[in-house]
Design a binder for this molecule. Structure first.
Ligand code: BTN
Length: 276
């Protein structure tokens, strides 16, 4: 019988990475691959270790949202990233991850929506949830990502805003082959980011971010919605916006890294500034 292209236990045979995915745990069902990866990280998993699941019972997204995690249809994965002491801050980790995943995706016209959504034709095909804690002065991060692969009909309000590879390719890749490609892209972007900071991947991000130069709606708290021109990215990955009619520009900071034990609370931004 030919190998099952969806069988994530075959990942090791398909990898071209140095470290990402070389340690791999696959589960049929988990509450969340991010939770299992965080526990594995605490018990010493190496940099680049990956947790996957066929289904999640409590898959979560940014800003407390749940993540549609139907069984065996899509990719649910979390990678453990260990930042070296004295390296760049992790504020733009999610943006760097978005670059890597976008570059690893098949050629279906994937673009980025700041800070780290992957879109095709204006609909969301993937999302990233980064969570980190500090252990002995070194950041231990989990980069979790969900990519919609096989779901053709999404429930409820997702029907209008989500898409999948099956909806945009005649013959979508199997999940194992897709994950091997994504880990290749992710390792490349992460190594650049961890050694040289966001500046090392900023141009790659900008080239793929379709919303720069356009007017977007910004939610600045409950019921506070403003239209702004997304002008560009600051060197640290913050979005620089300006009122469409002119006036001073301001920064919108990504809040997709939550630090459980922050070393310096003054440097953290945990405001809810999601773009609608
Ligand atoms: C978002 O766009 O809001 C982020 C979605 C991240 C979903 C993935 S699925 C694998 C990993 N485990 C989780 O519980 N969440 C991430």
């Amino acid at each position: 019988m030919p190998p099952d292209p969806d069988d994530l236990r075959r990942l090791g045979d398909l990898l071209s990475t140095r470290r990402f995915g070389r340690a791999h745990e696959h589960h049929e069902t988990l509450s969340s691959t991010n939770d299992r990866a965080a526990a594995w990280a605490r018990s010493g998993a190496p940099h680049g270790a990956v947790v996957t699941a066929d289904a999640q019972t409590a898959g979560r997204g940014r800003r407390g949202r749940s993540w549609h995690s139907a069984s065996r249809e899509n990719l649910y994965a979390s990678v453990i990233v260990r930042a070296r002491a004295g390296g760049p801050g992790l504020g733009a980790l999610g943006l760097a991850a978005a670059v890597g995943l976008c570059e690893g995706m098949p050629d279906v016209g994937v673009v980025l929506k700041w800070p780290n959504d992957l879109l095709v034709g204006g609909r969301k095909i993937g999302g990233i949830l980064c969570e980190a804690r500090w252990s002995g002065g070194v950041a231990e991060a989990v980069v979790g990502f969900g990519i919609n692969v096989g779901t053709r009909s999404f429930p409820g309000p997702l029907a209008a805003i989500a898409t999948s590879l099956a909806s945009c390719m005649d013959a979508p890749l199997g999940r194992a082959e897709l994950l091997a490609r994504l880990l290749g892209g992710l390792e490349d972007a992460m190594e650049a980011f961890l050694h040289h900071g966001f500046a090392a991947v900023r141009e790659r991000y900008v080239a793929r971010c379709s919303m720069l130069g356009t007017t977007v709606a910004l939610e600045n708290g409950p019921g506070k919605r403003v239209e702004v021109l997304a002008e560009g990215l600051d060197p640290d990955g913050a979005l620089r916006v300006r009122p469409p009619g002119g006036g001073p520009s301001w920064r919108v900071e990504s809040s997709d890294v939550w630090l459980v034990e922050p070393p310096d609370p003054g440097r953290l931004t945990n405001g809810d500034t999601g773009l609608a």
